[in-house]
Design a protein around this ligand. Structure first.
Ligand SMILES: [Zn+2]
Length: 389
């Protein structure tokens, strides 16, 4: 059907319809009044569009109450479509299958060996997706799209993994192509920090918000910025590189070529090096957090110092973007107040008071699932009206 014919299928109508669908898709469930507020459409337009979507079986409408008044809540129908999330981490492969009504139907995680080749990795992802779709009881042709997460930069023009990417030997691989070729489904690719942000927005500590910043501290430090329910990537795809804010011009040389970046003071390699001398055995960030919680003074000090430095980065972010909430993810977030209190202290010290007052810094609630759930949310965010009507 042409999109520019007059009448009910006019391009304006379709655009309004997509705005309503998108708002419901990202929130899970909204009242008609909330849809009107979020989209800027009139109550009458929203009411007409919701009726049309209900008749086509795309949404379900239920009676509810909002502020003591009767209201109608709108959510997507459970069989409006299936989405798949695939998350490649440094040491794991995780896959989830969900529907557009925000239900996760099946989920699984496997360890990923650093020696695995890209081909083997994608072969395993293909088998996991097929197995989980079978478990959830849906055929492949019900899948609207696949969200794919990789812990490294993606070249915006070629879609290839950059050199600091996940596993040795994966540089130059085009992940989107690899997975599309195997699954014959549309694949959307993004990095782990952006997916963590979307995961927390839709399922975790950012529910109900439309703007937030998610900061992931692991071997590297990255952030995902959600502005108006969408990831902000910038024209080159590098928005949110908070790990490369300069803290000390004469500091250690960073993998980006600069000196004294935030990442050089709080990335896991730096933190573990500080502790290696008097903590025998193999240390990991997760273990440092556990030791700190058990009272190990050296580990507590290292985490507190990292929190102070992260807080300087958060203060800068706060001054530039004035977000309402910053969500901390990655291994270090498991330290709770041991890392959050020094972050908050730094924000209070370095950010503009009016921006700092409105900001809350909280831990993510999804832990290691943030990225794979974010991969599901990525499809919901990017899919447009494909497959829904
Ligand atoms: Zn750097």
């Amino acid at each position: 059907m042409s999109t520019d014919t007059p009448g009910s299928q006019s391009s304006l109508h379709r655009a309004n319809l997509e705005r309503v669908l998108r708002a419901v898709r990202m929130a899970g469930s909204l009242t008609q009044a909330e849809i009107a507020r979020g989209t800027g459409l009139s109550a009458a337009t929203v009411s007409n569009i919701v009726r049309e979507l209900k008749e086509s079986g795309t949404v379900v409408v239920a009676d509810t109450s909002s502020g003591g008044r009767r209201a109608r809540s709108v959510s997507l129908s459970g069989d409006a479509g299936i989405v798949v999330g695939v998350d490649f981490g440094h040491t794991h492969l995780r896959v989830a299958v969900g529907n557009l009504a925000h239900r996760v139907l099946a989920e699984e995680s496997e360890p990923l060996d650093v020696d695995v080749s890209a081909q083997q990795g994608f072969d395993r992802a293909e088998r996991m997706v097929e197995r989980l779709l079978g478990q959830a009881g849906f055929p492949a042709d019900k899948v609207i799209g696949v969200g794919l997460g990789v812990p490294g930069p993606i070249d915006v023009e070629t879609g290839a993994l950059g050199s600091s990417a996940i596993l040795p030997g994966w540089t130059g691989v085009v992940p989107g192509q690899e997975l599309t070729g195997r699954l014959s489904m549309p694949v959307h690719v993004d990095n782990d920090a952006n997916l963590g942000a979307l995961g927390e927005l839709v399922w975790g500590a950012g529910r109900g918000l439309s703007d937030l910043a998610y900061i992931k501290v692991a071997s590297g430090v990255g952030s995902g910025l959600v502005i108006n329910n969408q990831i902000y990537r910038g024209p080159g795809g590098t928005a949110g590189e908070i790990g490369h804010i300069t803290l000390d011009e004469a500091g250690p040389v960073c993998r980006c070529g600069n000196r004294g970046c935030l990442e050089t003071f709080v990335g896991s390699r730096y933190l573990l090096n500080l502790l290696n001398a008097n903590h025998p055995g193999e240390l990991s960030l997760g273990k440092v957090v556990r030791l700190a919680q058990q009272g190990d003074l050296g580990c507590r000090r290292v985490i507190a110092d990292a929190g102070r430095q992260i807080g300087m980065g958060v203060a800068t972010l706060c001054n530039l973007l004035n977000p309402r909430r910053v969500i901390l993810g990655g291994d270090l977030a498991e330290a709770g107040d041991l890392v959050l209190s020094p972050i908050r202290d730094s924000v209070a010290r370095y950010a503009i008071p009016s921006a700092a007052r409105q900001l809350s810094v909280v831990p993510g609630t999804l832990g290691g699932r943030a990225e794979v759930l974010g991969a599901l949310a990525l499809v919901m965010s990017e899919m447009g009206e494909t497959g829904v009507l």
